[in-house]
Design a protein around this ligand. Structure first.
Ligand code: GLU
Length: 478
């Protein structure tokens, strides 16, 4: 096979959708697998929809996910520039060859005229399309009108009565009829290319061999194929990637049902590695069916023709599970580094390292830290009744609390073994009901029914805080 070159071509129109990142990963992996190049190109020809800082944000989010590009903004490359607004001369030059070869034409129709035509078509129940009013104006006349200062656009001369067929790696052959395709605008009156023109010229000039993009572009592809033909260029391989469905499996994953930006997931404490792994297994499976997959393994095995053409739900439960898997793989140092941005500002810094191993197992996202650790400092609140659960009488609980306080006050070694020995010893000696006693103790020192292991928790809380809380519990019962 020739040198494989793939690309992602986002527009700086807002935060990148998780679906786009999943598509980007496929392009990245396929290029790497084949020793080829992955190109990042910014498609910023729609200045009205561009958001401030959008170009920068695209690069940042790709890097936050731990990925990178071989050619593109900030990196350069043989086929640059990689930002479309810096390539306007190239589009003008290329579109001129289309005019010279009678494949495109000048159109002088005003907005008002186009609106009128559309209205008439709608009234007679026809699909709206350009009525080809300017298609037969001679180039000489058109040039005169341009020189006289008339506004114009350039349109593609779509050939009549042709079948346009292309192969999609996931779906096989797809055919459209040229009579249903509009004489689309290629160059706008402001001198900017349309998406269709720019994408074809750039993919060709940047030597892209495989175009993997969202399936919402399928209906644009015949227009692109017509353009490749008009230019006399070979058509690349297409793979249109299905969109994600909402977690409930209903409808296209959209903002209405929750956050969808690639950044928002990282901001909520999902690890980039877990996200990438999740993207890998949505609509694709490793041969051995293993679901925890490293980027390296994925690169070795991924082939776009194995992708399912069915949309799959963005299964948050599976993502949560994977995120837990990746969190548990982190070393203490890595966990501390990654979780630090999520830790509440008033959490006692000297306790972080001791607390992390106690909660690592239970973290679903990094952002769970605060919920799982809030009892390690500050006030705790709980219903007094919880202290009395399973106890035969209030008096027994008061006795248990009193004796535990006396024991711990005199305990000089506050280590895990010493605490465990002393407290277990007391419970056995007094023959208190084990389940009842330890649940009561847990409530008294943490205010919660589910916590990390009790003795570790008591150790990390420290003597002063534990004694203070036991005394508060006594007061509550008094
Ligand atoms: N600029 C288009 C987008 O924002 C690129 C589509 C394509 O990959 O051809 O998604």
């Amino acid at each position: 096979m020739n040198n494989i070159r793939t690309r992602m071509a986002p527009s700086p129109t807002g935060e990148m959708h998780v679906g786009s990142l999943a598509t980007l990963l496929k392009n990245y992996a396929f290029a790497k697998k084949n020793g080829g190049q992955f190109i990042l190109r910014i498609e910023d020809t729609d200045k009205e929809r561009e958001v401030e800082g959008g170009v920068q944000a695209i690069q940042e989010i790709v890097r936050r996910y731990g990925l990178d590009w071989d050619e593109g903004p900030g990196k350069g490359g043989e086929y640059g520039p990689y930002i479309q607004s810096e390539r306007l001369d190239i589009y003008k030059r290329e579109v001129q060859t289309l005019i010279d070869n009678d494949k495109a034409y000048y159109c002088f129709c005003s907005k008002e005229r186009l609106a009128e035509v559309k209205e008439q078509q709608m009234a007679s129940k026809q699909p709206p399309h350009y009525d080809r009013h300017c298609r037969n104006i001679s180039v000489d006349e058109a040039k005169k009108r341009v020189a006289a200062g008339e506004d114009y656009v350039i349109r593609l001369k779509v050939p009549a009565d042709q079948e346009i067929t292309f192969t999609d790696l996931l779906r096989g052959e797809i055919t459209f009829h040229s009579n249903l395709i509009d004489d689309q605008v290629l160059l706008k009156s402001d001198g900017y290319p349309t998406y269709h023109l720019a994408v074809v010229i750039d993919d060709y000039l940047m030597k892209i061999t495989h175009i993997m993009r969202g399936e919402e572009w399928i209906s644009s592809t015949p227009k692109h194929v017509l353009l490749y033909q008009a230019f006399g260029w070979p058509v690349p391989v297409f793979a249109h990637i299905p969109v994600f469905l909402n977690p409930d499996g209903k409808g296209k994953m959209s903002k209405r049902k929750g956050m969808v930006s690639a950044a928002s997931f990282l901001d909520r404490g999902y690890l980039p590695e877990a996200m990438l792994n999740f993207f890998m297994i949505l609509g694709w499976a490793k041969k051995d069916q293993e679901e925890v997959i490293s980027l390296e393994e994925y690169i070795n095995e991924f082939d776009p023709s194995d992708l399912s053409s069915n949309s799959v739900a963005f299964d948050i439960k599976k993502l949560d599970w994977l995120n837990g898997v990746y969190i548990r793989k982190l070393s203490p140092e890595q966990l501390k580094e990654k979780i630090t941005p999520f830790i509440a500002a008033d959490f006692p810094a000297d306790k972080i390292e001791q607390v992390l191993p106690l909660i690592q197992e239970r973290l679903v996202t990094l952002a769970d830290f605060n919920l799982l650790t809030k009892f390690f400092y500050g006030e705790i609140n709980y219903e007094t009744d919880l202290l009395l659960k399973k106890a035969d009488s209030k008096e027994i609980v008061i006795q248990e609390l009193n004796e535990t306080i006396t024991l711990l006050e005199s305990l000089s070694d506050w280590s895990l073994t010493s605490l465990e020995e002393a407290i277990r010893g007391l419970q056995e000696k007094k023959d208190w009901h084990r389940g009842q006693f330890f649940m009561m103790l847990r409530i008294a020192v943490t205010g919660e029914k589910a916590t990390p292991p009790l003795f570790e928790t008591i150790m990390v809380l420290g003597k002063d805080l534990v004694l203070a809380r036991l005394k508060t519990a006594l007061d509550k019962l008094a």
